[in-house]
Design a protein. Structure first.
Length: 241
C-alpha cells in the first residue's frame, strides 16, 4: 500500500510516507519509508503541509497514488486534532482518497510495542497521554499474535486515580510530569509517543477491517469538553495550601 500518515495530537509532529509500488504500479520488493519527527504545538499549522509535501516528493508519489491518508484522530491537543483532521480532509477531497482515522492511544501502544517488545507474541499496555490540566488520557490494549484489541475504553483521569493491575506495562509521555503519582514501578514504564510510523504499521489491518471513511466523515475524537480552567478555579488553586 502507498500510505501517508501524520499525528499532531501532542507537542511533537510526526509524519511518514510509505511507498509499496513503482511508477508502473508494480509491487516493490519491500515497502520504502520516509518519515519526519519534530516540534509541533503552535508550529504545526505552519509546518505540517510543507513537511507532507516534502516527504511525498522524496517518495516520488502524487496524492492520487495513495491508498489512504491516515491521521491521529485523538484524544490529544484540541488545536492539533483540528489541524490534523482539516489537513486530512483537504488532501483526501482533492485527491479522491479514503481517510483512515486512528486512535492516538492505539498508535502510542504500537510505538511502545515496536520499541520495547517487538519480539514478544503477547504484550499488554496501558497507554497514557498527558491531557494537561493535571489529567491524563488512558486506554488499555493487548497485542496477541500480530493483532491488537482494546481492553479498556479511553477515559480521562487524574494520575493518582489510575488503577494498575500489576500485569500490563504503562506507556506514554506522562512520566516526567506525573511519574511520582503513578502506581507502577520504573521497570514497568515505557516512554512512548504516538508516531506516524506506528500508524503505518496499524493501517493495513484497520483498512482490512473497514475503518476507512470518506473525507467528510473524518472527525476528531474528543474526550474532554473543557479546554481551560476558569479564573475562579485558577485563583482557588493559588490560594490552596
Amino acid at each position: 500500500m502507498n500510505l501517508l500518515a501524520f499525528d499532531t495530537s501532542t507537542e511533537l509532529m510526526s509524519v511518514a510516507v510509505q511507498r509499496s509500488t513503482d511508477d508502473a504500479g508494480q509491487a516493490l520488493p519491500a515497502p520504502q519509508l520516509w518519515q519526519h519527527s519534530g516540534p509541533g504545538g503552535a508550529q504545526t499549522s505552519a509546518h505540517l503541509i510543507p513537511c507532507i509535501e516534502a516527504l511525498m516528493a522524496r517518495a516520488g508519489l502524487q496524492f492520487g497514488q495513495l491508498d489512504a491518508i491516515a491521521f491521529g484522530r485523538g484524544p490529544g491537543s484540541f488545536t492539533g486534532l483540528r489541524t490534523a483532521c482539516a489537513v486530512a480532509q483537504g488532501l483526501a477531497f482533492g485527491a479522491h482518497v479514503q481517510v483512515l482515522p486512528i486512535d492516538t492511544l492505539l498508535a502510542l501502544a504500537e510505538q511502545a510495542r515496536h520499541q520495547h517488545a517487538a519480539t514478544l507474541q503477547r504484550f499488554e499496555v496501558l497507554a497514557l497521554l498527558d491531557a494537561r490540566m493535571d489529567e491524563m488520557y488512558a486506554a488499555g490494549y493487548a497485542f496477541d499474535s500480530g493483532h491488537w484489541r482494546q481492553t479498556q475504553d479511553c477515559h480521562l483521569l487524574r494520575p493518582e486515580d489510575l488503577v494498575w493491575d500489576g500485569a500490563c506495562t504503562l506507556a506514554g509521555n506522562v512520566f516526567a510530569a506525573y511519574g511520582a503519582r503513578l502506581p507502577a514501578p520504573l521497570a514497568r514504564r515505557v516512554e512512548a509517543w504516538p508516531s506516524a510510523s506506528a500508524m503505518l504499521r496499524l493501517a493495513p489491518a484497520l483498512l482490512a477491517g473497514g475503518a476507512a471513511v470518506r473525507a467528510e466523515l473524518a472527525l476528531p475524537h474528543y474526550i474532554r469538553d473543557k479546554v481551560a480552567k476558569t479564573t475562579g478555579e485558577r485563583a482557588a488553586e493559588k490560594a490552596a495550601p
